[in-house]
Structure formats: C-alpha cells, structure tokens
Design a protein around this ligand. Structure first.
Ligand code: ADP
Ligand code: 3PG
Ligand code: MG
Length: 392
C-alpha cells in the first residue's frame, strides 16, 4: 500500500502538526486499566518532537453524547505526562477562537492534547466547518489512530481535505503487518474468531475464507454457527438474524476448501449462571441451558491447530471470560499461542482485556491496537482513514 508517511516530512522544525491518535483506553473508577494504546503512539510523538514540530494531539474517549466530564481525557493527559516526562496541556473548549491563541502561546517543547474530540457533534458528522476549524490550528496532519480509522470522522478523514496528510509510525506498522498476513501468509494460516459481535465478524470470516486454511470458532459467534447447522443451542446467546448468513458461510467454506471448525464440546450452565458449569458434546445441548465456553476437547484440538500453524490471527474471547469459571477456553488458546512459533497477531478490545499477564502478551508477534478497525481492515484491505493517505 503506497501511503505518505511522516518519514517524507522535511524541515518541520517549528511547524505545527495535528496528530490524531487512538487514546480510547478503558477506565475503571477513573484509572487507566491498560495503556497499550498510549504507549504504542509514543514512537510517532517522539519522532515528531525530535524533528522539532509542535504537536497538537487529538483523540476520542468512549462514546459521549455531547460534553460530559466523565469522558474527559484528563487521566490520559496525566499518563502521557508520566510516560514522556513532558508537560501535557489539555485544551478544553478548543472550538472558541481564543483557544487558538492559547495553543499558539504554548512552548514548542510541551505537548498539547485537545479535550475529547467527540464532545463536538461535528466530529462524528465529519462536518466540513469543524474539519476546517481543526485544520486552522496546524501546518500538517498526521494520523496514527489505526484503531479509529474505520470511522469516517472529522479528525480521521475530514481534516485531510485541508492539510497535507501523513501516516504515523503505528499506523504504518499496523498496515504493514496486517497486509503481509493477508497477502503472503506463511502456511498453514489459522484464524481464531470468538466474541459476541457476530454481524461484523461474520463478514470478516466470509472474506478471510478466501485466504485462510482453517478458521476455528468459539465464543457466542460459534453458537450462531451451531444453530445454523441445525443443532439446539438452548438459551445461549445466538444472533438469529445471522443464522442464514452463517449457512452461506458454510457453503462458501466448502467451495473454497477452507476448514471452518466449530467446538466439539462446550461448557454450559443455566441462563443466570447460578449452577456450576458442566461440559457437554456440541450436539447434546438441552433446551434450558446456555453455552458459556469451549470445552476441554475443543481446547486441546484448537491447541493442536495452533501448534501446526505458521500464521495465526486471533480475535474474540472463546467464552464469557468476565466470569473466571468460563475463562478456561480463552486462557488455553492464549497459552498455546504464546508457546507457538507461528507469526501471531492478536486484536480486539475484549480479547486484550481478557489477558491479565504481560508474559503472555510479550510472546505474541503483533498486538493490534485496533478492534473493529483490525477486523474491518482484514475484511476490506483498507480503511477510510488510510484511503486519504494514499499517494496519487
Ligand atoms: P472483542 O472486543 O475482542 O472483539 P467482542 O466484543 O466481539 O470481542 O466479544 C466479547 C464479549 O463476548 C465478551 O463480553 C464475552 O463475555 C462475550 N462472549 C463470549 N462468549 C460468549 C458466550 N458463549 N455467551 C455469551 N457471551 C459471550
Ligand atoms: C475502538 O476502541 O475500537 C476504537 O477506539 C473506536 O472506538 P468507537 O468504536 O467508539 O468508534
Ligand atoms: Mg468488544
């Protein structure tokens, strides 16, 4: 993919850059639970600083409806200050003209972070006036927000109409790694998909059938595929509107000679999970129970697939991981993945949240900062935020 990157920028000392990043991290009681997305943006920040540019950072946090202090980027500004040891000026109300004066007066060696960009309606509307207002603040635009680049928003797509635009280092790395996996995967190429966002994931499965050797399913999405096959799924989470689509995917898998694998055994409980978990074969699910995890036979089989594979992409927990009783399948997959010699790529908000131990994460070849963005890239081979960075 031929995109403009920050390494093409020359003589930027004293120039102002709008740098969009994805600092949409998870907060628990106001504390950051995982700062991967901030850490991963540091190489670009450091590079632009070294080259002498004045950096104005843009990010969203959560999905606020209008101005809402609960979604303030203040904890992010604080963490960024700790990580960089540089003063971070959080600019509230940057819609006001006077904010531009304030920004202009901030010394070049300090960082500027605009308050949550989604406090402004113009952002999600990709509003032209809003984009122009942002563009007035800087001389050029850098997008390092891979995780948000599937959104057609002002700070991702709109600004590029008004400023020379470039990809940051994280963006370039994500594109490189994911394109390589799609275009020239070492084989066998295994894709593990779990989680609950069935409609968007089913589209990725359909696309990836063309290139993967094996797709193994877990999580709620495999319930929908079991239902499509005609097996009873009791009270399990099933996306009934996707059942027909799942049948099309089975048909296409057969045509493409891609093995589409479903769990052989499952961990069940009652709907409220008040009973202790028990293990059952895939074709014997009673009507009054729900599936919450993959069973031990499936774990073992998925582990075998992982050991045999040379390229692995994993997105989506294998079960209801928030309850430790149903986290065994997800943990088993992670453990095998961390012992494998394959090139491994992992992505997805919940998938990463489910991993508590850093020693496992360190063994994964590439941890994508994108959840839906990674899936959308795998499905379409590009993203709206990348399209505006492509060289003519
Ligand atoms: P990611 O963010 O990694 O892409 P998703 O958002 O698609 O993953 O899915 C994560 C959610 O899926 C978690 O909240 C998890 O509890 C849920 N989940 C996984 N398996 C099941 C299941 N069998 N029944 C109900 N929920 C499940
Ligand atoms: C993500 O967490 O997937 C990105 O930051 C995008 O967030 P969004 O789904 O609220 O647009
Ligand atoms: Mg999720």
């Amino acid at each position: 993919m031929n995109i403009r990157t920050i390494h093409e920028l020359k003589n930027i000392r004293g120039k102002r850059v709008l740098l969009t990043v994805d600092f949409n991290i998870s907060l628990h009681n106001g504390n950051i639970t995982n700062d991967t997305r901030i850490v991963e943006a540091l190489p670009t920040i450091n590079y632009l600083r070294k080259e002498g540019a004045k950096i104005i950072l843009i990010s969203h946090l959560g999905r606020p409806r209008g101005y809402d202090k609960k979604f303030s980027l203040r904890p992010v500004a604080e963490r960024l200050r700790k990580l960089t040891k540089i003063k971070v000026n959080l600019i509230d109300d940057f819609w006001e003209g006077k904010a531009i004066n304030i920004i202009n007066k901030i010394p070049e060696d300090e960082l500027i972070l605009l308050e949550n960009i989604r406090f402004y309606k113009g952002e999600e509307d990709n509003d032209k006036i809003f984009s122009k207002h942002l563009a007035k603040m800087a001389d050029f635009f850098v997008n390092d927000a891979f995780g948000t680049s599937h959104r057609v928003h002002s700070s991702i797509v709109g600004i590029a109409d008004y400023l020379p635009s470039f990809a940051g280092m994280l963006m370039a790395k994500e594109i490189q790694v994911l394109s390589d996996a799609l275009n020239k995967p070492a084989r066998p190429f295994l894709v593990l998909i779990g989680g609950a966002k069935t409609p968007e994931k089913i589209a990725v499965i359909e696309r990836i059938l063309d290139i993967a050797d094996t797709i193994a399913l877990g999580g709620a999405i495999s319930n929908t595929f079991l239902a499509a096959w005609g097996f009873g799924t009791g009270k399990s989470l099933v996306d009934y509107e996707m059942v027909e689509m799942a049948r099309v995917v089975f048909w296409k898998a057969a045509k493409k000679h891609c093995a589409l694998i479903l769990p052989q055994d499952l961990v069940i409980s009652d709907r409220e999970r008040s009973k202790m978990p028990s293990v059952i074969e895939y074709n014997k699910i009673p009507n009054n129970v729900a599936i919450y995890d993959i069973g031990p036979k499936t774990q073992k089989y998925y582990c075998k697939l992982i050991n045999e594979a040379k390229t692995i992409i994993w997105n989506g927990p294998m079960g209801f991981y928030e309850d430790p009783l149903y986290k065994k399948g997800t943990d088993a997959v992670l453990k095998c993945l961390s012992n494998s010699n394959a090139y491994s790529i992992l992505g997805g908000g919940d998938t990463i949240t489910s991993i508590k131990e850093r020693r496992y994460l360190e063994k994964i070849s590439h941890i994508s900062t994108g959840g839906s963005a990674m899936l959308s890239f795998l499905e379409k081979g590009t993203l709206p935020g990348i399209d505006v960075l492509i060289k003519n």
